[in-house]
Write a protein that binds this ligand. Structure first.
Ligand SMILES: Nc1nc2c(c(=O)[nH]1)N[C@H]1C(S)=C(S)[C@@H](COP(=O)(O)OP(=O)(O)OC[C@H]3O[C@@H](n4cnc5c(=O)[nH]c(N)nc54)[C@H](O)[C@@H]3O)O[C@H]1N2
Ligand SMILES: Nc1nc2c(c(=O)[nH]1)N[C@H]1C(S)=C(S)[C@@H](COP(=O)(O)OP(=O)(O)OC[C@H]3O[C@@H](n4cnc5c(=O)[nH]c(N)nc54)[C@H](O)[C@@H]3O)O[C@H]1N2
Ligand SMILES: [Mo]
Length: 762
């Protein structure tokens, strides 16, 4: 019996050396998730990559732009693959320089902090002179840009959010925009030891806290919350929040003392609320027209919020949309108007239901990871502008006050991410992937991205290598000794990069002469030493490696966000330009963006139920995170497969919408708009608001050979729009799009993604 950590939790496993023979939740986990069942069933699946491959067209014609995604692959030996790749890297760096290599390699990769694929690829490319990198994440593309202007940087906000135990004791009312989803908080980057979403919500409830969940899905909050469900039209939260603010303002419920001492710009914003700017008072009657929520209910909620210790928490999903700045900023503004920021159980939260790493105790030190070195290139893109960059080299774009130009990329290097999972408008992404000379992908599986590569190198899974890991902010640090031998010829990313570096003349610099095991010990010893200097004694490496999970030292069991700032804003100013909460931002106003002006406003998105486009595509597709897996990872695993309908991803639709289209549970449907289409298996469910369909991300993209815009499996990014959130943040907007749904009457096609692509052995 050995323990092992994944992004979705820890488990204990038995192994016969080749495969896992039994998997049980880690005994320390009070709310384990069934996602752990995906691991063993995926390990030797036919979709695993067994050895290195090169795309046939690339082997025959050499590097250059090419239609990628349909070609045949040729198996090659490790030596051949590494020689070819080293030669191509040398050519590209010599002829075009590091600024022609996109090595951003966005993605979650896997738990285990040494073998973290993104750290590995960045260290390797830095050794070659660098690469064009990415800024921000698909998760928090808006938050990471907006919040430093108005409240705090995202890192501080995450690490210093009020601990959930404080909320459970002190909050009287928790108003959650986007819910508090137990499926999402099952996951954290690097892993989760003790899941506790249901636990803290149950405790809060027992202590008399009431929950209001504002979301298109009733089950975005656990049943334990006993929540009231308010379901506005998706994308209209900003209007709802403005009306809540207008009630506070007009009824004298705003905390003007707090706004005077701790915020800037409230008077300008209040003019907008009162209609002094555009002649429109942002009252509940105005918001009712936009949101579909009764004016009276909005009024009552505002009064209720003012009368209680209230936490306003906004899920990350609200900002993964067009004009995602507005509801997020308004969440901060509402909390400031209530004057409870810095009080236990009150104020503003971001993502309490989005991931497990929000609201944890603060650790003294993060566990060790591999140093990535220095990047010699300072060019970057906002991460979700990948297709724009590849399609439009030299084109100008705006971002956070900068005028920027897209670089001319010759080589794309991906290890640990799956852009054909995470990006929007996949047919467009496929045309973008036809542009570079060479695409390289490392992955354990024939991911959709591996199928669009020229050189494909098979990586090990975490269970096949020695590593250690802890989730971001998590209390427990797990030794992760290998549980089985690698599948077929799969190798560690570290080994591959070491071999490539050797061929390219910087092997010593890359490895520093250490094997992976020697690195683990070296990094651990360094880290242990650092902690000892701070007075924290930890076991030596041998004891750690052969022991159970190590409990990490923490600064304090509990924390209240912004308590210092509240007590003395002059002594503890925020990191914003004014040192206060910016309800009006001179900086943002100075950028002159009509899609994100100087204070939060209502902006009508292109794709919501109130737009003209809804006449043709009357259903709002919510493409949220999957309950049965992490993103696209291990979609072929047992738990993920157990919820498919005839092999397709399930889509949930309200009974009224289903009836209007003559659809029933179990039907195979086609979800479509003018960008693309996908199949899915229908579940009729009144937990979904009328007018909405919910299709989670994560089904492996299975394009029809005649039409790449048609995914036969159920990947919502076949229909989502590749549009930045705003000129300010340029974030991902994949959460919401407009579609129509109909019964699929043709014979249901076979899926091809569950096995390897076309392979030619020569
Ligand atoms: N429509 C829509 N789209 C979205 C979102 C949405 O809300 N709506 N959400 C977005 C968000 S928030 C995110 S974070 C992204 C997630 O997008 P990604 O993080 O790109 O998705 P993953 O499926 O986690 O991709 C990780 C890949 O790394 C591989 N991998 C795992 N371990 C290793 C390893 O050790 N070595 C190597 N080389 N590879 C490994 C996995 O097999 C997998 O292919 O998706 C985004 N896309
Ligand atoms: N099981 C599982 N957990 C995960 C992940 C996963 O893939 N699987 N991914 C992880 C990652 S990388 C991230 S970034 C987080 C993401 O965390 P979130 O972004 O919070 O998660 P989502 O599931 O995309 O969205 C949460 C809910 O927001 C609601 N919502 C959508 N649009 C609107 C709207 O306009 N208004 C309102 N009020 N609500 C709306 C939807 O009903 C949706 O279920 O999740 C993490 N947790
Ligand atoms: Mo994410």
């Amino acid at each position: 019996m050995v323990t092992h950590l994944t992004h979705w939790g820890a488990f204990e496993a038995d192994s016969d050396g080749t495969r896992l023979t039994a998997v049980r939740p880690w005994r320390g986990d009070p709310e384990p998730t069934p996602l752990i069942e995906n691991v063993a069933s995926a390990q030797h699946h036919p979709a695993r990559i067994d050895q290195p491959y090169v795309r046939k067209g690339w082997l025959e014609h050499g590097p250059g732009p090419a239609a990628r995604g349909d070609d045949t692959f040729v198996p090659v030996s490790w030596d051949t693959a590494l020689d070819l790749l080293a030669g191509e890297l040398a050519r590209v760096y010599r002829e075009f320089g590091p600024q022609a290599v996109y090595g951003g390699s966005y993605g979650w990769a896997s738990a285990g902090r040494f073998h973290h694929a993104q750290s590995q690829v960045h260290r390797f490319l830095n050794g070659l002179g660098g690469y064009v990198s990415h800024r921000n994440s698909y998760s928090l593309g808006v938050s990471q840009v907006l919040l430093p202007h108005v409240l705090a940087d995202m890192g501080t906000l995450m690490a210093r959010s009020t601990t959930k135990s404080v909320l459970a004791r002190h909050s009287e009312l928790i108003v959650s925009f986007g819910g508090l989803s137990p499926k999402n908080s099952a996951v954290s980057p690097g892993g989760v030891s003790r899941h506790n979403t249901r636990g803290w919500i149950e405790t809060a409830q027992e202590n008399g806290c009431r929950f209001v969940t504002i979301s298109p899905l009733r089950d975005d909050i656990p049943a334990q919350a006993n929540a009231e469900w308010i379901a506005p039209r998706p994308g209209s939260d900003a209007a709802l929040m403005l009306a809540l603010a207008q009630v506070l303002d007009s009824e004298g419920l705003a905390d003007n003392d707090f706004l005077d001492t701790h915020a800037v710009g409230y008077p300008r914003f209040a003019q907008y609320l009162r209609g002094e700017v555009d002649g429109v008072v942002k009252d509940p009657e105005w918001a009712e027209q936009l949101t579909g929520i009764a004016a009276q209910r909005i009024r009552e909620l505002a009064r209720d919020m003012a009368a209680h210790r209230t936490l306003i928490t906004v899920s990350w999903s609200l900002q993964r949309a067009r004009y995602g700045e507005q509801p997020l900023w308004l969440g901060v503004v509402l909390a400031a108007m209530l004057g409870q920021i810095g009080l236990p159980g009150g104020g503003f939260g971001h993502g309490y239901g989005s991931a497990a790493n929000v609201g944890l105790a603060v650790r003294v030190s993060s566990p060790p990871r591999l140093p990535q070195g220095e990047n010699g290139v300072d060019d970057f893109i906002p991460v979700a502008r990948i297709a724009d960059m590849l399609l439009n080299p030299g084109a100008p774009y705006e971002y956070n006050g900068e005028h920027r130009v897209y670089p001319d990329i010759r080589m794309v290097y991906w290890a640990g991410g799956n852009p054909f999972h995470h990006h929007q408008n996949l047919a467009r992404l496929r045309s973008a992937f036809a542009r570079p000379d060479t695409v390289v992908v490392h992955d354990p599986f024939w991911s959709a991205t591996a199928r669009h590569a020229d050189i494909v190198l098979p990586s090990t899974m975490t269970i096949e290598r020695d590593d250690y890991g802890a989730g971001e902010g998590d209390r427990f640090f797990f030794p992760m000794p290998a549980l089985t031998a690698p599948h077929a010829e799969a190798r560690d990313d570290y080994w591959m990069f070491g071999e490539l570096a050797e061929r390219l003349g910087f092997g010593k610099e890359f490895t520093e002469g250490r094997t992976a095991s020697e690195w683990l010990r070296h990094l651990y010893d360094e880290w242990r030493q650092g902690l000892a200097e701070k007075g924290h004694e930890l076991p030596d490496f041998e004891a750690f490696w052969s022991g159970a999970a190590l409990e990490l030292p923490i600064e304090a069991e509990e924390h209240i966000a912004f308590a210092d700032f509240r007590a003395d804003p002059a002594a503890h100013p925020l990191s914003t330009p004014s040192g206060r909460i910016e309800i009006f931002s001179e900086t943002i106003a100075g950028f002159g963006y009509d899609d994100c002006p100087g204070h939060p406003v209502w902006l009508e998105p292109e794709e919501w139920l109130g737009s003209a486009r809804a006449a043709a595509f009357p259903i709002q597709l919510v493409a949220n995170q999957p309950r049965t897996k992490l993103h696209s990872q291990l979609d072929i695993g047992a738990h993920s497969q157990s919820t498919k309908v005839e092999g397709r991803e399930p889509v949930r639709l309200h009974p009224d919408e289903a009836a209007a289209r003559g659809l029933h549970t179990g039907d195979i449907v086609r979800i479509f708009n003018d960008r693309g289409s996908c199949l899915a298996g229908l579940l009729v469910d009144d937990a979904v608001r009328p007018g909405v369909a919910q299709l989670s991300t994560g089904a492996w993209y299975d394009p029809d050979p005649r039409d790449a815009s048609f995914c036969r499996h159920g990947n919502p990014n076949a229909v989502t729009a590749d549009r930045g959130s705003s000129r300010l943040s340029q974030g991902c907007t994949g959460q919401l799009s407009l579609v129509e749904i109909e019964r699929y009457t043709d014979p249901v096609p076979e899926l091809t993604v569950s096995g390897p692509p076309s392979i030619e052995r020569v």
